[in-house]
Design a protein around this ligand. Structure first.
Ligand code: CA
Length: 238
């Protein structure tokens, strides 16, 4: 297997030098960017398997970099943050980061996280093929699982990776209630114990993109105290 290419965005040489050596020793292929600008330029020029992204950069905020990267790429993002508050963690995940590590971190810890995130993202790509990838049609909505494309009334709906994963989980169980815990573990992390605020945020975004009215939803129903339910095809008149 080819070495996973890691884009390591970190301005502090005292962190990036030893840690990129550690990454190389562990069989990864690291490329260091010292500024937000450099990171975006590198990401445009080359393919990376994962981005390790510092939150505080000399020319900007790592969160803006994450947002920019997400606009045209699905590659996993692991955020490095010195701020350990719950809010920052959630903000990182809402931007589409796959995981975060609070500084100071141990090299072994970050490498374990990188491996887990890569495994998940490769598993996700692998999983989409063997499962029945017949597109699902519910009302005006069409979800093509294989191509990861969604249309509403024939018009493409632009979803982030997490939004698509969340929609897929709900649509695959259309007509049935899916618990918050199941959604968190399937879409975010198999060992999720934290807040599920990020789930509600993504549900809100998904509703907006589906043009769903929260008070009287056509597609995405909240089941109080349990989770969410996506309408079955027969519930919606074409
Ligand atoms: Ca920094």
């Amino acid at each position: 297997m080819a070495a996973a290419r890691i884009l390591f965005v970190e301005d502090e040489a005292s962190i990036s030098d030893p840690f990129s050596r550690a990454l190389a020793r562990e069989g990864f292929e690291p490329t260091v960017a010292r500024t937000a600008r450099e990171a975006l330029a590198l990401a445009e020029r080359a393919q990376f398997d994962l981005v390790l992204l510092d939150l505080n950069l000399p020319d900007g905020d790592g969160r803006d970099v994450a947002r920019d990267l997400r606009r045209h790429s699905d590659m996993p993002i692991v955020m490095l943050t010195a701020r350990g508050t719950e809010t920052d963690k959630i903000v990182g995940l809402e931007l589409g980061a796959d995981d975060y590590v609070v500084k100071p971190f141990s090299g072994a810890e970050v490498i374990a996280r990188i491996r887990a995130v890569l495994r998940r993202s490769q598993g996700r790509q692998g999983l989409d093929t063997p499962t029945p990838s017949e597109p699902a049609a519910i009302g005006a909505l069409r979800v093509d699982f294989g191509a990861r494309q969604v249309t509403l009334g024939g018009a493409p709906v632009d979803l982030s990776r997490k939004e698509f994963d969340l929609l897929s989980e709900l649509v695959r169980s259309a007509g049935k209630v899916v618990s918050r815990e199941d959604l968190m573990s399937r879409v975010w992390d198999e060992n999720w114990f934290g807040s599920t605020k990020t789930l509600d945020t993504h549900i809100g975004w998904l509703r907006r993109k589906l043009g769903d009215d929260t008070a009287d939803p056509r597609y995405l129903h909240t089941v109080r105290g349990v989770g969410f339910r996506f309408s079955a095809p027969e519930e919606i008149q074409p």
